[in-house]
Design a protein. Structure first.
Length: 140
């Protein structure tokens, strides 16, 4: 029976993530973005310049989708790139003023969606939940 609780925990986590993602998809679509585009913009907005690989790792995206996401964001002038001074084979992605403008509108609304899902938990419960999730040894 102990194994069943593990499965129930994973299912519950997936349901919460799917519910949040569903609302996020509706939100970002209203701004003409895909979920992947939003994730890239959000990563660059909060973390600064990154290589394609770093962004991909940060947003947990597959290799195949990144070129399309990046191409579409560059076409809309939300992001741009430059050569990495330390390694000319790599290019650094960065958010443009136009990209910063849209993400600064969308991100706070998405943050509200996330906060809404955790509103019934006390701060101590949230801290304990986070501690327990980190104890699973997932790689950040």
């Amino acid at each position: 029976m102990e194994n069943e609780i593990d499965l129930k925990i994973l299912i519950a986590l997936h349901r919460v993530v799917n519910a949040v993602d569903s609302k996020t998809v509706k939100l970002v679509k209203a701004y003409g973005l895909s979920l992947g585009q939003f994730a890239v913009l959000e990563a660059l907005y909060h973390k600064g310049e990154m290589t394609v690989g770093q962004v991909q790792k940060k947003i947990l995206s597959s290799t195949g989708t990144m070129p399309v996401i990046i191409k579409n964001l560059e076409k809309r002038q939300f992001i741009s790139h430059k050569e990495d001074e330390n390694d000319k084979r790599k290019r650094l992605l960065y958010i443009t003023d136009k990209g910063r403008d849209i993400i600064s509108k969308v991100f706070p609304k998405n943050k509200e969606i996330i906060i809404e899902y955790f509103k019934n938990m006390e701060i101590d419960e949230k801290k304990e939940f986070l501690r327990l999730m980190k104890s699973l040894n997932y790689k950040d």
